[in-house]
Design a protein around this ligand. Structure first.
Ligand SMILES: Nc1ncnc2c1ncn2[C@@H]1O[C@H](COP(=O)(O)OP(=O)(O)OP(=O)(O)O)[C@@H](O)[C@H]1O
Length: 575
């Protein structure tokens, strides 16, 4: 957790002020019992009303000063801790954004969400508590002991007996709590994962009548989390009676032995009253420390999880010095490219070499799982090649910044992802500065104008979260328009036409051909009809190129291609 304190730097001034204010507050609290004992021993015993009044007024001022200091310290510590939480959330979020897709897979979306929200809240709460306790608790304990000893050294032996007892109790409780707190966060992750899956997969769950199964799964995760939380609370609640028992025992011992000493004439009544207050302050501070000991393990478990993210090195890094290819046209060149997913025994794409030029359409076809999506994911550098190179205009994609590289590409993913907002906003996601005209034009080419115009508010119609209020094909067309509005050098369509009917697809391809004259187009497809007109067709078979050429050539020479064609087209169409 200490590692994270570097993010408290912007609040150094506030924190220093908190420490000074708490110092003042502790001094005032330590001084008040002594003044009170003076009132009793001098003012009351000697019947000196003027003295009582004088010291009473001083007490009033000191108490008021202490209160003001406490309020100001609370305000500043809350402000610093909340600001710290904000900085942490920002850092974690920006760091996550730099992860490659592999980084996401490693930690998992649900855990990333828990870490950015709940874990940071835990750390934030403990930081606030610590800011308040780190100065005042030790000061109250040490100062309290000194003051108590100054009142009566012999009676102070009681405190020396109690402090180790309390410390042992706190240690035992913290030791039992830490593993449970760690487990609690992991179980929270699991609950979030189950909940996320149940919510996003709601249609499948209903269609397959699996609601009950999902309920059981959720209840299991929920019960598991609750069980651990109850165990943690058992430990926490057992702490309070132990503390209170020790506290009451100490007070009884002080009163018992104190009254004997008063009887002997070795102690005054006021001193005993002050002594009891000092003991109370010491015990209270120890209890606060014990609460901290309970909260710190949970926060340190959370801090570990946050640090795990912050320490994760982005495996896709920008080069020190970019060789960006300004003003070039978008020639994409794969040379002997091989790639395997981490932990996989076999490469998913193997020894791929081809070049595609502006104005050309290159289609990639192959059976499911043949590596088509993986291959094109290497162009925007979602993954880095294992060997070989992917170049754009002669520059290796690893030698340009990711921002420069991705600005050249209009990527249309296999699964259309839309964001909450209007249709126009979703299209403008591709180019923030796009004019209304450009947005409309992109929608026209993407064959989206027709259905957008039937929507209640046209381009201003709202798209719900995840685009659930429009059809799959409509989502896909908006996602295509989003890429078109950028007017990039390279278009990458990852099986983006599969949700469209054949007529819309044909219209779309015709429009693309007419409108996008100078860009490089790479299309991954399952349907032969999508690729027939392509200038170059790459046939993938188990990650290797089984054939490369135009439709006619491949039909003659490539067995795999012929099999795909035969499985899709009728004999007449083939002829
Ligand atoms: N993130 C991943 N981690 C590990 N293996 C993966 C990952 N993504 C894909 N694979 C594996 O890589 C292989 C190729 O997957 P890819 O998605 O590239 O195929 P595809 O040809 O696009 O298939 P489809 O046409 O069904 O979309 C598959 O065997 C798949 O199991």
């Amino acid at each position: 957790m200490l590692k994270l304190t570097r993010y408290l730097k912007p609040y150094t001034l506030s924190i220093t002020a908190v420490f000074i204010l708490l110092f003042i507050q502790s001094l005032s609290q330590l001084y008040l019992p002594t003044l009170m004992s003076d009132i009793v021993d001098i003012g009351i015993v000697q019947g000196d009303t003027r003295y009582i009044f004088k010291v009473g007024v001083v007490m009033l001022f000191i108490a008021a000063g202490g209160t003001v200091a406490t309020i100001a310290a609370s305000y500043l510590s809350a402000k610093s801790a909340t600001g710290f939480g904000k900085i942490l959330r920002n850092k974690v979020f920006t760091h996550i954004e730099s992860f490659s897709l592999q980084g996401f897979n490693k930690i998992g979306t649900a855990s990333l969400i828990t870490r950015t929200t709940n874990d940071i809240t835990q750390v934030q709460q403990v930081t606030m508590l610590m800011l308040r306790m780190v100065i005042s608790a030790p000061m109250m304990i040490i100062g309290g002991v000194i003051m108590a000893v100054s009142k009566d050294a012999q009676l102070s032996i009681i405190i020396l007996v109690v402090i180790p007892l309390l410390s042992v109790a706190i240690f035992v409780i913290a030791r039992k709590g830490l593993p449970l707190f760690k487990a609690l966060q992991v179980k929270l992750d699991k609950l979030n994962r189950v909940l996320r899956e149940s919510l996003t997969g709601i249609r499948v769950i209903r269609a397959f009548n699996r609601s009950e199964y999902e309920s059981v799964r959720f209840n299991r995760a929920n019960g598991d989390l609750t069980g651990t939380a109850i165990n943690v609370n058992h430990i926490m609640v057992s702490m309070m009676p132990v503390m209170m028992f020790l506290f009451n025992l100490t007070t009884i011992a002080v009163v018992w032995f104190g009254s004997i000493r008063i009887n002997n004439g070795s102690m005054q009544v006021g001193d005993l009253m002050a002594f009891i207050q000092y003991v109370t302050q010491i015990m209270f501070s120890l209890i606060m420390i014990s609460v901290m000991f309970v909260m710190v393990p949970r926060a340190s478990a959370s801090a570990l999880r946050i640090n795990e993210i912050l320490n994760m090195e982005a495996d896709i890094k920008d080069p020190q010095c970019s060789q960006g290819s300004e003003g070039k046209r978008g020639v994409v060149q794969f040379k002997d490219v091989t790639f395997r997913y981490p932990g996989a025994e076999e490469p998913v794409v193997n020894d791929i070499t081809f070049t595609t030029f502006p104005g050309e359409v290159t289609a990639v076809i192959g059976g499911t799982g043949s590596g088509k999506s993986t291959l094109i994911n290497l162009i925007p550098r979602f993954f880095d090649v294992e060997s070989g190179s992917v170049k754009i205009d002669g520059v290796d994609v690893r030698d340009m910044t990711q921002k420069e590289l991705r600005a050249k590409i209009g990527f249309i993913p296999q699964e259309a992802v839309l964001f909450t907002g209007t249709t126009a906003e979703n299209i403008r996601y591709g180019k923030e500065t796009a004019t209304d005209e450009e947005v409309k034009r992109a929608a026209e080419i993407a064959q989206a104008t027709e259905f957008i115009s039937t929507m209640k508010d046209g381009f201003q119609s709202l798209i719900a979260q995840g685009g659930i209020n429009i059809s799959g094909g409509q989502k896909q067309r908006i996602s295509i328009a989003r890429a078109l509005v950028r007017k990039p050098e390279i278009y990458v369509f990852d099986d983006s036409f599969s949700a469209l009917d054949l007529k819309t697809e044909a219209n779309l391809r015709a429009a693309l051909k007419k409108e996008i004259l100078n860009s490089t187009i790479i299309i991954v497809a399952q349907r032969v009809s999508t690729v027939v007109d392509a200038d170059r067709i790459i046939v993938l078979d188990q990650g290797r190129i089984a054939g490369i050429g135009c439709h006619k050539d491949l039909l003659e020479k490539c067995k795999v291609y012929r099999e795909i064609v035969v499985s899709q087209l009728s004999e007449e169409e083939l002829a």
